[in-house]
Write a protein that binds this ligand. Structure first.
Ligand code: NOJ
Length: 492
């Protein structure tokens, strides 16, 4: 596909081109994966020594927090369905399965004593995967911090870096011989802006422009420590790769004016750069540091709301990556505006200082503000390539939400993304090493409960058995993996 003609489509709202699907085969070592996370699928919320995480306690104490007042107590019941899950993963033919480990099963007290039953569960899953020729791609933390640590301040406690890295070490120690890819944190932006900014995710603290930045600072430091532990204590014997999965929307400038382009660039720095710059380049993006510092001063503060790294921290964090993990789903248009006036309390939006909108002709989905614009992945991949010195990129998440219908649009979406990804690889020399569909099966979609479905497999939540049934989009992905190709007549 040729993305830039679609940019013209966007600008002039006319159809100048048709989607042309890339017909070049993906490389034989390309990672084709599918993903899930512990809280969203496992159930067994209080079994075999597991303690509650912040998601358990939030959904139990405040069911209204979730659209359908549901919870993850049973979810897909994957805690009891290892063989069944591995069978459907195998059916897809993926090379890798991305799943997360629940901290609360391994260390129910957050720190200290290991729960052997929890370790045994993941050992069994990993063994079953490997026996079926599927490589584990493991996320250490996918949002479910133990409540017992939250009670002591959670991520914001300065001890979090040690709590987390001790837990990560335990994961490397127990599972690392069989794991080739590790993700330290899934979507820190959602953890921090959702958990400590807008408050839409557990632990639901509303502190825009303040605690959300403290959270980001803590997560980056904890990530770096876990990377160093892996690098110095485990890499030589385990030979794996470890990085972080960062999420962003693609941001399309509203026009080709320098100010709109600058605004879109700034937004990428607020979403990706806040995490990626310290890890890939050293320190936060200058544009963010300078903006938040200036606005903080104008608010009468004697220091920036964005905590600063010391030079030692900058040096320690820089380089703590083995690949670039990217979760990418959708896009917004960004338009420059007059700088918003300084106000107290601050807001994320004021710090970013841009206008965001979705053109009415972009195809919507069942999820609010989620649009189908696969062509936007190509400029985003190029931005990452150019900004971070051409890292190997793994698309750790990409998928389509529905109410259980429109599976043909899921197929269209996945084909489109893969096609533009392949274009970027071939025509722009972007190094994309892999792609993981979210999700293997319908599951607990956080505050939207079970109302939204991302699965390549439908899950019947009304049956005690939680029956999984492959969707046509699952059959489609299976064929793509078999042929490493998106069209009938592929060329090498
Ligand atoms: C982001 C998260 O990593 C995952 O947990 C979530 O279900 C999907 N994307 C879809 O919203």
């Amino acid at each position: 596909m040729y993305s830039y003609c679609c940019f013209l489509v966007f600008l002039f709202n006319i159809c100048l081109c048709e989607d042309i699907i890339n017909n070049k085969r993906f490389p034989s070592d390309f990672i084709f994966s599918v993903g899930t996370s512990a809280y969203q699928i496992e159930g067994g919320w209080n079994e075999d020594g597991k303690s509650p995480s912040i998601w358990d306690t939030t959904v139990h104490s405040n069911p209204a927090f979730i659209e359908d007042s549901s919870n993850g107590d049973i979810a897909c019941d994957s805690y009891h369905k290892i063989e069944e899950d591995v069978a459907i993963i195998k059916e897809l033919g993926v090379t890798h399965y991305r799943f997360s480990i629940a901290w609360t099963r391994i260390l129910p007290n957050g720190i200290g004593e290991v729960n052997e039953a929890g370790v045994a569960h993941y050992k069994k899953l990993i063994k079953e995967l490997k026996n079926n020729g599927i490589s584990p791609f493991v996320t250490i933390f996918h949002w479910d911090i133990p409540q017992v640590l939250q009670d002591m301040g959670g991520i914001l406690n300065s001890s979090f870096v040690s709590w987390y890295s001790d837990y990560a070490r335990e994961c490397f120690n127990r599972f690392g011989d069989d794991v080739g890819y590790w993700i330290t944190f899934n979507e820190p932006q959602q953890i921090c802006t959702g958990g400590y900014g807008s408050g839409v995710f557990a632990p639901a603290v509303k502190s825009e422009g303040l605690l959300e930045y403290l959270c980001a600072y803590q997560v980056v430091k904890a990530h770096a420590k876990a990377w160093h532990i892996y690098d110095s204590e485990f890499r030589s014997k385990q030979n794996g790769k470890i990085s972080i999965a960062l999420d962003t929307l693609a941001f399309v400038p509203a026009s080709s004016s320098p100010s709109d382009k600058e605004a879109a660039n700034r937004m990428l720095h607020f979403t990706l750069g806040l995490y990626a710059n310290p890890i890939f380049l050293g320190d936060y993006p200058y544009v963010i540091k300078a903006r938040i510092a200036a606005r903080s001063a104008a608010e009468g503060r004697n220091r920036s709301r964005l905590p600063e790294f010391t030079q030692d921290e900058i040096d320690y964090i820089r380089g703590t990556h083995d690949f670039f993990g990217l979760n990418a789903y959708s896009a917004f248009v960004i338009e420059a505006i007059e700088d918003p006036p300084v106000q107290n309390p601050p807001s994320t939006w004021q710090d970013q200082g841009v206008n965001i909108y979705i053109p009415s002709h972009w195809e919507g989905t069942a999820q609010y503000h989620f649009v189908v614009v696969p062509w936007t992945i190509r400029p985003l991949l190029n931005w990452i390539k150019n900004t971070y010195n051409n890292p190997g990129i793994i698309i750790t998440e990409n998928g389509y939400p529905s109410k259980g219908d429109k599976d043909d649009r899921r197929e269209y979406y996945i084909r489109g993304y893969l096609s533009y990804i392949r274009d970027a690889m071939i025509e722009d020399d972007v190094s994309v090493l892999g792609y993981s569909v979210w999700s293997l099966m319908d599951n607990f979609e956080w505050t939207l409960g079970y109302t939204l479905k991302y699965g390549l497999f439908n899950v019947d939540f009304s049956s005690a058995n939680r029956t999984r049934t492959i969707r046509p989009s699952g059959e489609f992905y299976k064929k793509v993996i078999q042929t490493r190709c998106l069209v009938e007549n592929c060329v090498e």
